[in-house]
Design a protein around this ligand. Structure first.
Ligand SMILES: *Cc1c(COP(=O)(O)O)cnc(C)c1O
Length: 362
């Protein structure tokens, strides 16, 4: 069996050296004689691990001191509803910018708890671009304005941070978290589950400005009450210790490779290798306008859809796994998170060129 490259959207490929490290820490974590899985969350050791992970994250993303970093359970989908419960005051609504699958789900989930206004949407034009922020119809009284910085299923990504004035900007960054620098001060709240680009499943990171950590207007389970979790340093109950540990490994790994600036450069290089082939070969098509294309999830399809099954089967034979698109959007998708090496993308690029060469009329 040759090398396998995992192009899944998440849980996704991890750096092999970190898997080796985790395997060793499974039996003896940092010389304690304890498995990392046996570490009590009330111990000084866990506190130190969580504090170090938070400090590394703050350094990587340059998170100012007036923002709280929370390590929470639930996954990003849970926090789509929870953030509405935490941020809204009675009678307030929230603005949503719809750019694809995940922002729609964020709005639908928030709708269960609050009045949702769609400030802008690209649905009419088929989720191919980011609606220009100058055209957004923002409500100055909204509790917040929600965006999804990278649409994992559609391959659409914000490349600039919109300005929403006094209304706090809230962002689901699940799929492009730690893939590039972020001007954190332009956001009121950033959330991301870690199984895409920052670790394994089980942990959601919430970065929230102190000003937004007020008493919630509704009853919220204590574990999901951001203010209570902040006050308890994320230990209202048992946190996902192993997932926090793994995000810690990812932060150090990324730091040693030049941090998010280097990650952004690598993402640009890797994604452009694929977009160049998609644009050059008539067999491939990417409907997303170039200015809004994702550097993280390259979504495309075959202009002859009858060949898709063969494409996927052949790719698997070459060790190129999980290239099918999201079940709702179909087509093909190559997820290029930080752990995807250039060699993996080159292997996929070679495969795509070869597949196209053999399927095209002369
Ligand atoms: C994967 C994904 C989610 C869902 O995350 P869960 O951790 O499964 O809840 C939400 N938003 C975006 C942008 C995603 O890519």
């Amino acid at each position: 069996m040759g090398q396998i490259f995992n192009f899944a959207a998440g849980p996704a490929q991890l750096p092999p050296e970190l898997l080796t490290q985790a395997a060793a820490d499974m039996f003896n974590w940092e010389g304690t004689g304890l498995s990392i899985l046996e570490l009590p969350f009330t111990s000084d050791e866990y506190r130190a691990l969580a504090a170090r992970t938070e400090a590394d994250l703050r350094a990587l993303l340059d998170i100012p001191a007036d923002y709280q970093v929370l390590f929470l359970p639930g996954g990003a989908y849970a926090h789509m509803g929870l953030l509405a419960m935490n941020l809204l005051t009675p009678g307030q609504g929230a603005d949503y910018v719809i750019t694809g699958h995940w922002s729609q789900r964020a709005a639908a989930e928030a709708q269960r708890f609050c009045r949702v206004r769609v400030a802008a949407s690209n649905l009419q034009t088929g989720c191919r671009d980011i609606p220009p922020p100058t055209t957004w119809r923002l409500d100055p009284a909204a509790a917040y304005c929600h965006i999804t910085t990278n649409e994992t299923a559609d391959g659409v990504q914000f490349h600039e941070t919109p300005d929403t004035g006094d209304v706090p900007l809230v962002a689901d960054m699940t799929s492009d978290f730690l893939s590039r620098p972020v001007p954190v001060t332009k956001y009121g709240l950033i959330y991301a589950s870690t199984q895409k680009n920052a670790g394994i499943a089980g942990l959601t990171i919430v970065i929230i400005h102190h000003r937004l950590l007020r008493e919630a207007a509704t009853e919220i389970p204590a574990v999901f009450d951001y203010r209570r979790q902040a006050a308890a340093a994320g230990r209202v109950n048992t946190p996902p210790v192993f997932a926090v540990y793994f995000t810690g490994l990812m932060c150090r790994w990324l730091r040693d490779r030049g941090g998010v600036t280097a990650a952004a450069r690598a993402g640009e290089y890797k994604s452009s290798l694929l977009y160049r082939i998609i644009d050059a070969q008539p067999l491939y098509d990417c409907p997303v306008v170039p200015a809004a294309r994702s550097r993280v999830n390259v979504c495309f399809h075959l202009t002859d859809p009858a060949l898709q099954d063969e494409f996927l089967t052949r790719a698997e034979e070459c060790g190129l796994r999980f290239l099918a698109g999201h079940s709702d959007t179909g087509g093909l998708r190559a997820s290029l998170y930080n752990a995807m090496p250039e060699a993996g993308v080159q292997a996929l690029a070679g495969f795509m060129n070869e597949f196209a060469a053999h399927r095209q009329p002369a």
